[in-house]
Design a protein around this ligand. Structure first.
Ligand code: FAD
Ligand code: NAD
Length: 494
């Protein structure tokens, strides 16, 4: 075994979070080793956010064309998956090749190692027969993989995860989706709009169960209108495959289709990371971190691995904190380059990973001495990109009540707003506000509608900055926007 090689920082897992940390620290002049076993950029650009949103863009174009019949004459639409598959292959993923991302990292001075990294003591990482010793620290950004439920027979079938669903070149005639969460719903609507007969089987009593019940209802109604069959409260008990089709047995019913997509949540694999060598319990579901992303002395973690929200914007938010903290600690305790040299990554190179990094780094934290930001998830936004979009921030009504908060709720139906009425076809949605009545501030909100994710932004600011209700009531909302419905919801608070 070779002697350990001394470097400044080792980053294990170059997904959204790890890539951002590795690039920015390399840019700041540190010697950074970045280790990735699959594709630099991780799940989001290759099998997650970006290709799914390309699919959704295409599927929504089809749906909008159908709305011509109600609003503007007549339109005939002939769906074709080929341009979508081509766009994902060529524009999003370079046919699942990360050369652009690797070159970007090495172009900033980083050293790239392809392989599986594993902790080997408090300041060491082993990858194959190489060992790196980190002078300033180790950053773990190893993400999650699909969590496959232990259903009888499932493991013996050629089921799809999100990877096969994203890489598909020819659509099946029918598709069973196990799991009615964010991935299940987004993909169900896409495939249904391209003519696939889709059935969603969900164990909980409603789809999108982490969000407000009203959001589940609107999303389910929209999918049903697209022809999706939704079976809730069905726990799959057995799965079989006869060489042609899949059958899922559960709740006394049977569901059959050409393909089966399993999207029942995701899981971090802590047992692979050598955490026992740094006295961290690897049997936990996620790797707990403090508000500066410390998982242990000299070890930081970013992204899905931390269990703080499986979203690209969380990974990027945390990455900015890690970068600032590494530079700050290095300066204070060990003496190193002035952290004010930290620059933001500027996306620009071809390839999706740069689109993700470039877009998200603009709001990143800087590392001014003594001002390392602390993570604050009170205003965590999330958007499920169904049509209508389901946007939400902060607490749901149930979460707020469970915390014993003196809650007020304001609700308004988007179809009754001026813009909703004008919009007509495809105008389903609502605004729901959750208020801490004692503090007089918003602590949560849901915005469902044609632009639900965009309307959300004002609500995120209100929760994040704890804007007093009196201010929100006495501001001017442009007419006739969708976001003007926020004013109606405020009026309806009770
Ligand atoms: C279908 C789908 C759609 C999504 N849509 C959205 C969306 O619209 N908006 C949104 O915000 N989020 C979305 N997400 C979630 C988003 O993709 C994740 O939150 C994000 O990718 C998390 O980044 P990460 O860096 O934590 O992990 P990942 O992206 O999972 O990257 C982790 C990386 O670490 C590597 N790795 C793991 N172990 C090791 C090891 N031991 N050694 C070396 N490398 C290792 C992996 O190969 C991987 O590349 C979606 C996810 C999916 C699956
Ligand atoms: N637009 C976005 O931001 C976006 C899109 C997709 C994914 N994501 C992220 O990725 C994460 C993972 O997505 P996901 O949809 O896999 O997980 P999820 O946790 O959102 O949903 C999984 C669903 O599967 C159900 N389920 C679990 N076991 C089941 C079983 N045996 N039979 C039937 N149903 C079962 C659960 O009740 C749940 O509703 C999300 O939590 C989200 O953070 C984000």
């Amino acid at each position: 075994m070779a002697d350990p090689e001394l470097v400044d920082v080792v980053v294990v897992g170059l997904g959204v979070g790890g890539e951002e940390v590795a690039e920015r620290l390399a840019e700041a002049g540190l010697s950074v080793v970045g280790i990735e076993r699959d594709l630099v950029g991780g799940e989001c650009p290759y099998w997650g956010c970006v290709p799914t949103k390309m699919m959704i863009r295409a599927a929504n174009a089809l749906a909008e064309a159908h709305r011509v019949n109600e609003l503007a004459g007549s339109a005939q639409v002939q769906p074709d998956w080929a341009p979508v598959a081509k766009r994902i292959r060529e524009e999003a993923t370079d046919t699942w090749d990360d050369k652009v991302a690797v070159d970007r990292f090495t172009g900033k001075g980083g050293r790239f190692v392809r392989g599986s990294g594993r902790l080997d003591g408090p300041d060491r990482v082993r990858v194959g027969d190489q060992v790196f010793q980190a002078r300033y620290g180790i950053v773990l950004g190893t993400g999650t993989r699909p969590s496959i439920p232990p259903i009888d027979g499932l493991g013996d079938t050629p089921y799809w995860t999100n990877h096969q669903a994203i890489e598909v070149e020819e659509l099946p005639e029918s598709l069973l989706i196990l799991g009615g969460g964010a991935i299940g719903l987004e993909l169900a609507q896409v495939f249904a709009r391209f003519g696939v007969r889709v059935t969603v089987v969900e164990a909980a009593d409603r789809v999108l169960a982490v969000e407000e019940p009203e959001a589940s209802e609107v999303a389910a109604a929209a999918l049903r209108a697209d022809g999706v069959i939704i079976a809730t409260g069905v726990k799959a008990e057995r799965v079989s495959h006869d060489g042609q089709s899949f059958t899922v047995h559960g709740g006394g019913a049977e569901f059959t289709a050409d393909r089966l997509l399993v999207v029942t949540g995701r899981r971090a694999h802590l047992e692979e990371l050598g955490l026992e060598t740094v006295d961290v319990d690897a049997s936990q579901r996620y790797l707990p971190v403090d508000e500066r992303m410390h998982a242990a002395d000299g070890i930081w973690a970013v992204g899905d691995l931390t269990g703080e929200g499986a979203f690209t914007h969380i990974a990027m938010y945390q990455a900015a904190i890690v970068v600032a903290d590494v530079l700050d600690q290095m300066r204070r305790t060990k003496g190193g380059p002035d952290p004010s040299g930290t620059a933001s990554v500027v996306g620009g190179a071809a390839g999706v990973a740069s689109a993700v990094g470039g877009a998200m780094s603009a709001g990143g934290a800087t590392a001014a001495p003594g001002s390392v930001p602390r993570a604050d998830y009170r205003a965590l936004p999330r958007v499920t990109f169904t049509d209508p979009e389901v946007g939400a921030v902060g607490l749901t009504e149930q979460q707020a009540r469970e915390r014993g908060i003196n809650v007020q709720v304001g609700y308004t139906d988007l179809t009754t707003s001026a813009r909703g009425w004008i919009h007509k076809a495809g105008n389903a949605g609502f605004i729901k506000l959750i208020v801490d009545a004692d503090q007089g501030v918003l602590i949560g909100a849901t915005s469902v509608g044609p632009a639900g994710g965009e309307v959300l932004s004002g609500l995120v600011v209100a929760v994040h900055a704890a804007v007093p209700l009196s201010q929100l009531r006495h501001m001017i909302y442009a007419y006739p926007t969708f976001h003007r419905a926020i004013e109606d919801a405020l009026r309806n608070l009770k």
